[in-house]
Design a protein around this ligand. Structure first.
Ligand SMILES: CC(C)(COP(=O)(O)OP(=O)(O)OC[C@H]1O[C@@H](n2cnc3c(N)ncnc32)[C@H](O)[C@@H]1OP(=O)(O)O)[C@@H](O)C(=O)NCCC(=O)NCCS
Length: 140
C-alpha cells in the first residue's frame, strides 16, 4: 500500500463546511434538501463524541466519527475518504484513532452500518456482521 505521510489525522470540533460537503458528495450521501440550511453540519460535528479529520494542509480529505453515550455504547458513522486519497491507509488510520478514543473511555459495544462492498474493510479491524440482529431505520 502506498502510504501518504503528508496527511495529518486529528480529532476536531469544527469543520470547513465545503470540505464536509465534498466528502459527503463523493460518498453519495449528499442530498439536495440539505442545501436549505447547511448549518446542521456544525451541530453534527460538535455533537459527535469523537470526530476525526484527515488533513492535507488545511484541506480535509477524509473523516470519520462516533456517536456515543460516552461510557458504554458507540456507533461509528460517516467514514469517508476523497476518491483521490483512497487506498493509502488513511481510512485505517481514522478508524484506529476513533477506536482508540472509544476504548480509552471503556466503551466496549461499538457498532456500525456498513455500505455494501465496504464490509471487508471493517472486517480487517474486528467488525463482524451481526447474525441475530437486523439494522432498522425510521422511514415516515
Ligand atoms: C471505505 C473507505 C473509508 C476506506 O478508506 P481507504 O483510505 O481507502 O482505506 P485504507 O487505504 O486505509 O485501507 C485499509 C485496508 O483495507 C483495505 N480495504 C479498503 N477498502 C476495502 C474494501 N471495500 N474491501 C476490501 N478491502 C478494503 C485496503 O486494501 C487496505 O488493506 P491493506 O492494509 O492490506 O493494504 C473508502 O473506500 C471510502 O471512503 N469509501 C466510500 C465511503 C464509504 O462507503 N464509507 C464506508 C461507510 S460504511
Amino acid at each position: 500500500m502506498q502510504k501518504n505521510n503528508n496527511i495529518m489525522i486529528k480529532k476536531i470540533s469544527a469543520v470547513d463546511r465545503d470540505d464536509f460537503i465534498r466528502l459527503y458528495e463523493e460518498a453519495g450521501w449528499w442530498r439536495k434538501s440539505y442545501e436549505k440550511d447547511v448549518s446542521f453540519i456544525d451541530g453534527l460535528v460538535m455533537g459527535s463524541t469523537c470526530f476525526i479529520g484527515a488533513f492535507e494542509g488545511n484541506t480535509m480529505v477524509g473523516m470519520g466519527r462516533a456517536v456515543s453515550d460516552g461510557v458504554s455504547d458507540a456507533y461509528i458513522q460517516d467514514v469517508v475518504i476523497l476518491k483521490a486519497y483512497r487506498g493509502k491507509g488513511i481510512g485505517a488510520k481514522i478508524l484506529s484513532k476513533i477506536l482508540r478514543y472509544l476504548r480509552g473511555r471503556g466503551i466496549d459495544w461499538i457498532g456500525l452500518i456498513a455500505e455494501p462492498g465496504q464490509e471487508p474493510f471493517y472486517n480487517r479491524y474486528g467488525f463482524v456482521r451481526m447474525k441475530k440482529h437486523v439494522p432498522m431505520k425510521l422511514e415516515v
